[in-house]
Design a protein around this ligand. Structure first.
Ligand SMILES: [Zn+2]
Length: 301
């Protein structure tokens, strides 16, 4: 449909512009409409807001209460009524530490694996992010995490009124507890870090999982989403899933080849970072390639 193509083109242009000028955080007064019920704020990270007749769902909180408060102000402009659900795509600070800014009646829902991970490693990541810049430290200084209201094992459906959000967990990929959201009537996928737009999959430590990341992408493809609202980078359409898979599969294949040839892991990380920089010149940053290579080596032992 030509109308849709134009909308995606417009969104991509807007997101690229934002990426060049973005401060660290969620911008105020910058809501973009994605579909009938779905809105996005393009920032660090991107925030998705699903507005139904009965209730509103927000995916991700921004880093610290100050970013959370910006989201709440935008939600108040969009929502039809005060029933509010909040979920987080994973436990990392820019996705989950703005929780306390949301009003007390907010229903906090996430998968159980993510909650366990947040309790185990949340503070460690708050400390890590705080050490990276004075601005982060300031944003994260008074974080108080809320108790979740609903934990689900694998899947939960939220009827928001004329629109349904399916929240689901398919095992570890970027983290142990990655949550994905599919807004059924609008065919919008909110995949957290699992599907992105020209960004190398980020696998910070051994909790990340290349094999399962690929298995998740296989399960997402049949959804054929019309729009994808990733956590980081530009918005896009369903073709992002195949592009993510092609990249990750190519990198996994090359890493296994080098391992087979006896190449030491750190050398393989260097070689493939350079190789993929040439193969994918328009992808933003190849630094995360090294960690993917390390995971592939660990997984094939
Ligand atoms: Zn993350």
């Amino acid at each position: 449909m030509p109308g849709r193509t134009i909308l995606v083109g417009f969104l991509l242009a807007g997101a690229a512009l934002w990426a060049q000028t973005a401060p660290q955080g969620v911008p105020e007064n910058a809501v973009t409409r994605v579909s009938e019920h779905v809105y996005a704020i393009i920032g660090f990270p991107n925030i998705a807001i699903v507005v139904g007749k009965r209730a509103t769902l927000v995916a991700d909180t921004g880093m610290g209460p100050r970013n959370g408060a910006i989201i709440v102000r935008e939600v108040n402009k969009l929502a039809h009524n005060p029933i509010l659900y909040l979920t987080t795509t994973h436990f990392h600070p820019e996705h989950a530490t703005g929780e306390q800014a949301f009003p007390p009646n907010t229903v906090l829902i996430r998968d159980r694996a993510q909650q366990e991970e947040l309790e185990k490693r949340g503070q460690e990541y708050i400390d890590l992010f705080s050490s990276r810049s004075a601005q982060n430290k300031e944003l994260l200084k008074d974080v108080k995490l809320r108790k979740p209201d609903i934990l689900f094992e694998k899947e939960a459906k939220l009827d928001l009124g004329e629109v349904t959000a399916r929240l689901f967990w398919l095992g570890p990929a970027h983290t142990m507890g990655d949550e994905l959201i599919f807004v059924e009537e609008d065919s919008v996928l909110i995949p957290g870090d699992i599907v992105q737009n020209k960004l190398v999959p980020n696998m910070p430590n051994s909790d990340a999982n290349v094999k399962n990341w690929l298995a998740i992408l296989d399960k997402l493809e049949p959804l054929h989403p019309r729009f994808v609202v990733p956590d980081h980078g530009a918005l896009g359409d369903g073709s992002l899933i195949a592009k993510e898979k092609a990249f990750l599969l190519a990198l996994q294949t090359r890493a296994l080849e080098l391992k087979e040839q006896g190449t030491p892991v750190e050398q393989a990380a260097q070689t493939l970072t350079a190789e993929f920089k040439t193969k994918y010149p328009d992808w933003e940053n190849m630094n995360p390639v090294g960690n993917v290579v390390r995971r592939v080596y660990e997984e094939s032992q």
